[in-house]
Design a protein around this ligand. Sequence first.
Ligand SMILES: NC(=O)c1ccc[n+]([C@@H]2O[C@H](COP(=O)([O-])OP(=O)(O)OC[C@H]3O[C@@H](n4cnc5c(N)ncnc54)[C@H](OP(=O)(O)O)[C@@H]3O)[C@@H](O)[C@H]2O)c1
Length: 250
Amino acid sequence: MKTAFVTGASAGFGAAICRQLIADGYRVIGGARRADKLAQLEQELGENFIPLTLDVTDPASLDAAVALIHDSSLPIDVLVNNAGLALGIERAQHADAQNWECMIATNITGLAMVTHKILPGMVAANAGLIINIGSIAGTYPYPGGNVYGASKAFVKQFSLNLRADLAGTRVRVTNIEPGLCSGTEFSMVRLGGNHEAVAALYKDVDAISPQDLANTVSWIAGQPDHVNINSLEIMPVAQTYSALSVARNL
Ligand SMILES: NC(=O)c1ccc[n+]([C@@H]2O[C@H](COP(=O)([O-])OP(=O)(O)OC[C@H]3O[C@@H](n4cnc5c(N)ncnc54)[C@H](OP(=O)(O)O)[C@@H]3O)[C@@H](O)[C@H]2O)c1
């Protein structure tokens, strides 16, 4: 039985990915900070789900989590670097510095350090797949995207650079870049629990669902070992590009 390690397993994409990978026959180690949510998922999914309390921004928590993984002698076949968040939608000049620090710590440092812990085992086994959850925000700028989008641009380039470093090995790396998705806690977290603003964001929009994303992960993980999906951008049909803005009479 193959083992997957999914970060950010307590909600949204991460929980859906855990459900799907278990349905696909994997044993899944699911990491997140909220142990109660992971316990609920364990009840639902049974013994093939292994909950792991983990804060990717805390080196001690990460060391303890990785020690537990090593002790369990479960080689990680698939790592899904999904834990991440956006905080705030203010323009850069009005943004909260602590929000910026938290996004950098989680989306950049956390993702890089989880990878740093897991990658050597994959290289030693000359097998494995890392799926990073980036965002279209890493490619397309928008007002208020500032550090969040930049953190996802890091994920995009980090994924490509990993591929460069892994030349000559059979370890695979994919960056998934989702667009607007509903049914997760993402916007509630970003907008500080403002239910009305969240409802307005998703009003009358057929957005991507967590299951759509889980299906994508499942498809990537199901490709033959010689195939590497480098990146995959996925938007709802309802979302597309807009023109560059021009300010007149500045
Ligand atoms: N929803 C979207 O529209 C969208 C679009 C593009 C990309 N994404 C990306 O998709 C990923 C998942 O987002 P989502 O929509 O599923 O959001 P979500 O429902 O808020 O889930 C985020 C997950 O990350 C975990 N997490 C946050 N900080 C963490 C930390 N320091 N250590 C460990 N786990 C942490 C949370 O668990 P705990 O709070 O229990 O720790 C939660 O399980 C993120 O990387 C996000 O940037 C989302």
